[in-house]
Design a protein around this ligand. Sequence first.
Ligand SMILES: NC(=O)CCC(=O)C(=O)O
Length: 264
Amino acid sequence: MNVAIYQMDIIPGDVKANHERVRKWMEHTVKNSEYNMVVLPEMWTTAYTLPELHEVADKEGEPTTSFLQEMARTYQVHVIGGSFANIVDGEAFNTACVVNKQGEVVYQYDKIHLVPMLDEPTYLAGGRKTAETFELDGVKMGIIICYDLRFPELTRQLALEGAEVLFIVAEWPLARRNHWMTLQKARAIENQMYVISSDRCGSYNGTTFSGTSMIIDPIGDVLAEGSIEGEETVEAQLDLSAVERTRKNVPVFESRMKGLYKDL
Ligand SMILES: NC(=O)CCC(=O)C(=O)O
């Protein structure tokens, strides 16, 4: 499985212009490549233009869902479509969307942990359903959004449901880059799964973001890592047999003491 992450900068509040940036990247980087899967960051259509979201965001998933479907079909890749601001019944959600290479939406998830440090709870509604696994090419995977990374129980739940790959889409501030990198490695190691993250780069409204999109294998080794500054493609090839091998060598899931944990 060959993965390419688009560590992109985002034009604030301009959905059309950001679609065009992604289209250009697909045309230059993904067309005629060996990639099976591409990954975009969090809120990549608007950035955190929170006070304007009701004017600029998608309505009922459009136009971004159709755009992602077009990209998947045209370039014959699975698209982990990051997340985008999405108004449904008057409420704005931070919605992740996964489209397979046939152009079918296989999974959607509204971010459940809204981040107080970026003022999300003032402007967005939290998702009302927990994250679930989805399948691409017969492999179970999960996706979480940025601040969700701080809640290990969410990723553990996905791993217990069989996820072998975790995607994290983010706009993670540079000020907490140490947390970003350490928590991703922890999630990979404790759940013995691949972790693939796409974080935006650049700055908006006084916040500079971390970049540092990562691909980490199930023993916690970093296979690829983006820089802090600047747009780039971060890529790696995944050997999915490493998940089973790792879980056999260090049988964490068999050693769990299910009856001895409190339901916190
Ligand atoms: N976009 C986010 O959820 C940012 C999360 C963050 O800043 C943090 O967890 O720290």
